[in-house]
Design a protein around this ligand. Sequence first.
Ligand SMILES: Nc1ncnc2c1ncn2[C@@H]1O[C@H](COP(=O)(O)OP(=O)(O)O)[C@@H](O)[C@H]1O
Ligand SMILES: [Mg+2]
Length: 238
Amino acid sequence: MASKNILEVQDLNVHYGASHALHNICFEVKEGHLLALMGRNGAGKTTTLMTLSGLLKSTSGAFRLRGSNLEHKSPEFIAKNGVRLVPQGRRLFASLSVLENLMVGEQKIERRALWTKERVYEMFPVLRVKKNQRASTLSGGEQQMLAIGRALMGNPEVLLLDEPSEGLAPIILEEVNQSIAKLKDEGLSIILVEQNFSTAKSLADDFVILNAGLVACVASADQIKLNPELATQHLGIS
Ligand SMILES: Nc1ncnc2c1ncn2[C@@H]1O[C@H](COP(=O)(O)OP(=O)(O)O)[C@@H](O)[C@H]1O
Ligand SMILES: [Mg+2]
């Protein structure tokens, strides 16, 4: 059975001043799927996620969550309606404790009240151990877990992950990737920006590849596995 689209991005254009960063971007996220958003540095991945979370305003186009257009809504409105960003570089509150960072993200929503701090601690036990420590004292991997946990505390329907693996040691990377797989298995819809092609292939149902602010390729994971060059020609890898 074909799944429904939870998020639809249609003809999105974004400018930084006179510089045209995203050109008529179109793609869809199916409910419960993980979409890998890939592309070389500067392709427009972060710009896309920032726009979908309301932190950047598009110049034209639309993006719809379950059919309702969120373009030009505030970041607060978008977060409240179920789209949460885990930003590139994590952006934690360095001087707040682990627990305080989690509670900043808290949003109780009756119809999908899945996430509590207890559930975040079950997913990332190290956060329970360090709950009273300042975020700045955590390792890179622990900070990434906290950034994901903070977003989950908002009970999102769509989670936007901007390079969660950036700068992580291999062993912690594996743990973070396993938690992303688990979130997908629980039915969360996810857009994952990921530089590593084999990680993306192991996690994603669908691929969107950006090249210089344009959608260069939209493909299913099966299509990419059969014809990896659909992706690799735009990624600078072979
Ligand atoms: N704040 C900004 N002001 C002007 N140009 C920007 C800004 N942020 C990003 N850009 C430009 O927009 C393009 C896309 O950047 P970005 O979305 O960060 O790419 P990616 O995340 O794929 O590496 C790049 O050419 C980048 O230089
Ligand atoms: Mg980026």
